[in-house]
Design a protein around this ligand. Structure first.
Ligand code: SF4
Length: 500
């Protein structure tokens, strides 16, 4: 077995043939031969012309698939490209917007839209776990050869998103949002116990800088490859000048035995040295900015008290608001000008609110707690947070985007003339925040974009029809109990299965 290895390869442009050749070289150097059920997991959290630098480009996935086919000398039983995209849109739509369907036709790989597949139970037994059980789409559980294929990006919740953070898309929404709060990093580390990639290829040709859904382009002209996620993420951190021990999910996965976090224990190769890669990433802007600071100088003022974990909630509502505002800024350049002055409160906030007459205060999330004067009235906001031990993953509720629209519409209508608005949820989703902000600012609503409404609804109906057919055929949404596992499952313990 090869030691934890990372290769940094120069790649000038999104040319599938060149990418195929580079990636095939990486697979060869690691002695990897794809076989069995092969699953490629890109990052398509959001896509389309306005979000061009947020997702793994189709040319990149095409090159990776070409390399897999080149190296799979004995053939493969199945070749899937699987994902659950973000902000409550159908993954079919995200694939369409990303230009994935022509690529899939060209390569012969099949799409796995994770929200449409059966969800199966995976038991967890490591000491530091948040839960005893986690649900993932069946293709994840059954994969024999798993290729993690993320985008190199900054992230508001976790500083950066490289290989490990891409795992948040291996769960459908209703399971993904469980523990997507101040414990997000622990959740991402727990997901490492579900599946381990034999191979990682990161699209860092044009990386995403500063944010997650609306990153700015940053040409690094790199493909980062490797056979161990902690090692790959460690090297990526060093490229952008971040200490990997300061990125909680990387440190936690390392502590769980998934790989080395010290450069001395990683074999680094490729035609670009780490120093040269650092040179390319000089000044790279990561995420992780507190919400008060993020909106400093805007008409939106934010106030954050501690979340139940006792600290700022890095993985939940505050970061979701930052991303929601950025999405609206992309859709409507007049968004900031249209937005009335308003105040958004998170956690147990005990300080003053700098409110003028007529300005609205939005209390976000179940854990918000506040007592004070707003608009001449004494306002008491009660903490509704439910301890995670009381949340049963099998029965968490889920709303599709139209249900969210109706819920948000009703809530806003009920509170139109009131000085406050309470948004419940843990977390309150980015989608819901977009809907609220678009209404309050009377700005363009991305979900009603006339250029896309037809395509969006077509994807939505196709997704609903696919799910309805499965239910009619007797297939349940999720199955409790022992799931069939493929060879990409970590063996009994992380330390037994992962090169350390
Ligand atoms: S309600 Fe929001 S801010 Fe509070 S713990 Fe949950 S995700 Fe974090």
């Amino acid at each position: 077995m090869h030691p934890p290895s990372v290769f940094l390869a120069h790649c000038e442009a999104y040319d599938p043939d060149v990418i195929e050749s580079i990636v095939a070289g990486g697979l060869e150097r690691l002695g990897l031969v794809p076989r069995g059920r092969v699953l490629v997991k890109p990052n398509v959290v959001i896509s389309g012309p306005l979000f061009r630098h947020a997702y793994t480009r189709p040319e990149f996935v095409e090159g990776v698939i070409g390399a897999i086919k080149r190296r799979a000398t004995e053939g493969v039983a199945e070749l899937l490209v699987g994902e659950r995209c973000g902000i409550t849109i159908p993954t079919r739509y995200a694939f369409r917007q990303a230009g994935y369907f022509p690529m899939l036709r060209e390569t012969g790989a099949r799409a796995a839209f994770f929200e449409e597949t059966r969800q199966v139970e995976i038991p967890l037994s490591h000491g530091s776990r948040l839960r005893d059980t986690i649900y993932v789409p069946q293709p994840i559980a059954r994969a024999d050869f798993f290729v993690n294929c993320p985008k190199f990006k900054a992230h508001p919740w976790t500083t950066v998103t490289f290989s490990m953070k891409n795992y948040i898309g291996i769960q459908d929404d209703r399971h993904r949002l469980v523990d997507h709060d101040y414990a997000l990093s622990r959740k991402v580390a727990d997901l490492q116990h579900v599946i381990q990639p034999q191979f990682i290829a990161i699209d860092a040709i044009v990386a995403g800088e500063g944010r997650m859904l609306t990153p700015l382009p940053r040409e690094l002209n790199l493909i980062v490859m490797g056979n161990n996620q902690v090692a790959v993420d460690t090297v990526c951190c060093h490229i952008v000048g971040v200490d990997p021990r300061e990125v909680d999910h990387i440190r936690l996965a390392h502590e769980d035995g998934f790989g080395p976090i010290d450069l001395e224990r990683i074999a680094i190769g490729g035609d670009v040295s780490l120093d040269a890669a650092r040179e390319r990433a000089q000044g790279y802007e990561v995420g992780l900015v507190r919400v008060e600071k993020y909106f400093d100088g805007c008409r939106l003022s934010a106030y954050a008290g501690p979340a139940p974990g006792g600290d700022y909630c890095w993985g939940g509502c505050p970061g979701a608001l930052e991303e929601a505002v950025e999405v609206l800024r992309r859709f409507d350049q007049s968004f900031d000008a249209r937005m009335p002055r308003m105040h958004w409160v998170f956690g147990k906030y005990e300080g003053p609110l700098d409110i003028a007459y007529g300005e609205k205060v939005v209390f976000v999330g179940d854990c918000t707690e506040y007592e004070g004067q707003v608009g001449g009235q004494l306002v008491r906001v009660e903490n509704l947070y439910k301890n995670r031990d009381l949340v049963e993953v099998e029965s968490v509720a889920h709303e599709n985007i139209y249900e969210k629209m109706i819920k948000v519409g009703k809530r806003l209508a009920q509170t139109r003339s009131e000085p406050t608005l309470r948004l419940e949820g843990c977390p309150v989703s980015v989608a819901e925040l977009i809907l609220v902000l678009a209404t309050l600012a009377k700005s363009k609503n991305p979900y009603f974009d006339p250029r896309e409404i037809l395509g969006f609804n077509r994807s939505y109906l196709a997704s609903q029809a696919a799910v309805a057919l499965k239910r009619l055929g007797g297939e349940p949404y999720q199955i409790k109990g022992q799931a069939e596992r493929g060879d990409a499952a970590p063996h009994s313990s992380a330390s037994a299965s992962i090169h350390s």
